[in-house]
Design a protein around this ligand. Structure first.
Ligand code: IMP
Length: 427
């Protein structure tokens, strides 16, 4: 396959980091096309643990070109910190293996500050953002008041754009939020300086990808967050501010939609969510606590404990369908090893009416009553299994049953955090 899209099919944290790291072996280019440092992909290589927020996980493989596309909300300070951190750990990072779009919008100090202030302002209606300035940055992009990477490389233009932005943002910060404004000169110096550090990585990444594809190179598009957090198709307003699925690729990378050959979703064998908003199959009781404990469900970016619940086949089917997925990967199957019974959400009841379709247009998703079926657990350690036929019968029954409910083939199973702890099934 010369171009493959891999995206989260739940509310993020599906274990994408490890899968993308694995698939990166066969790719020439690994591409981020949306989101920003709100993402946190954890990759474990031997005794080393890497948490990458902005740089694609292909960076851990020599010889891959990692691309941060135009659709990414780029925090240049985090980007450079990540570059420095990887270099300190002996990973080679340079313009030959890391490219950054000149058109990516930049997260500035005021975006981060306004993210926090807006959350406080919302009070009980807060979204539970990661506080990384993502929403305010994308809002400025849509308002056409943002700064792009290219702007940081031209001091005069940077001063002009920054001065116009701060005029508005400082008024908002001071008069509405009654907080301290930013000083133009200080911000200008800081961002022009970091712009200089970005310069070697900057190019027209869209052209780079299109040319690479024409030359027969293989491309892996790495989605951040999950389809249910998509700004258009997710649980709005409790979403992130980008198109998180395969559907975000063309606008977020400059790579044409019809050239994406294969689309694969990723979903855990159960489900989690961080932040506020609807989570129909959440289990606030012992089951959820156990899933969180065994699955180490703490945010990679914020460290917050994740809300836990059961696999929801309605939501996953919607996410896969929406993004035209050819199939999906079930991760963290081993987390269910100790459970006597496993619940799976199979349909919804809303105001007494049963449905197996995600209720787009329903403004009160808390009305969803998930209808569950229970399956017997296998209560065996499956972390050492590498071939599908070696899994316990009860595990295979569970996998095949879920696969049928979702209606799309499971192409791989993940049974542990290490790179090699996977069971191929067609990918
Ligand atoms: P934001 O993206 O920081 O604006 O946060 C908006 C919502 O998306 C919040 O509920 C966050 O918890 C959630 N979110 C953002 N990034 C991630 C992620 O990488 N994994 C899971 N949830 C995320």
């Amino acid at each position: 396959m010369s171009s493959l899209s891999v995206f989260g099919a739940q509310w993020g944290d599906e274990g994408k980091g490890k899968i993308i790291d694995l698939l990166a072996r066969d790719a020439d280019f690994v591409v981020r096309y949306q989101g920003g440092s709100n993402a946190g992909h954890t990759v474990i290589v031997g005794d080393e643990k890497y948490v990458l927020h902005l740089i694609p996980s292909g960076i851990l493989h020599p010889g891959k070109v990692n691309v941060v596309g135009n659709g990414v909300a780029l925090d240049p300070l985090t980007f450079m910190e990540e570059v420095d951190g990887l270099r300190e750990r002996g990973i080679d990072v340079g313009s030959s293996n890391l490219r950054l779009s000149s058109s990516a919008h930049v997260i500035l100090d005021h975006h981060r500050k306004l993210d926090g202030l807006a959350e406080a302002w919302r009070g009980g209606g807060r979204i539970g953002t990661t506080g990384r300035g993502i929403g305010p940055c994308y809002a400025d992009k849509a308002s056409r008041t943002g700064l792009r990477v290219a702007d940081l490389l031209e001091p005069e233009r940077c001063r002009e754009r920054l001065s116009a932005a701060l005029l508005e943002k400082n008024a908002l910060i001071e008069r509405v939020h009654e907080s301290d404004p930013f000083e133009l000169e200080e911000q200008f110096e800081k961002y022009v300086a970091v712009g200089e550090r970005l310069r070697p990585f900057v190019c027209d990444t869209g052209a780079l990808l299109r040319d690479a594809h024409k030359e027969g190179k293989s491309l892996l598009f790495e989605g951040a967050q999950g389809a249910m957090l998509d700004i258009d198709h997710g649980t709005y307003p409790y979403v992130t501010s980008s198109n998180t699925g395969a559907n975000g690729i063309p606008s977020g990378s400059g790579f044409p939609a019809r050239k994406v050959d294969r689309v694969v979703g990723i979903a855990k064998s159960y489900c989690t969510r961080v932040g506020e908003g609807a989570f129909p199959s959440e289990d606030g009781g012992e089951g959820g606590q156990e899933l969180g404990r065994v699955g180490h469900e703490f945010g990679a970016t914020t460290g917050r404990p994740r809300r836990c619940g059961w696999f929801d086949s309605v939501a996953v089917r919607y996410a896969l369908d929406l993004n035209g997925a050819d199939g999906w990967i079930m991760t963290k199957l081993d987390i269910l090893d100790s459970f006597e019974t496993i619940r799976v959400g199979t349909s919804y009841k809303i105001d007494g009416e049963e449905s197996s379709v995600w209720p787009v247009g329903c403004t009160d998703l808390s009305k969803i009553e998930v209808q569950y079926e229970e399956l017997p657990g296998w209560q065996e350690d499956i972390t050492a299994v590498r071939r599908y036929e070696d899994l316990p019968q009860a595990t295979r029954s569970y996998v095949e049953w879920v696969e049928e409910r979702v209606g799309a083939p499971i192409l791989m199973l993940s049974v542990g955090p290490e790179r090699d702890q996977v069971i191929p099934r067609g990918l």
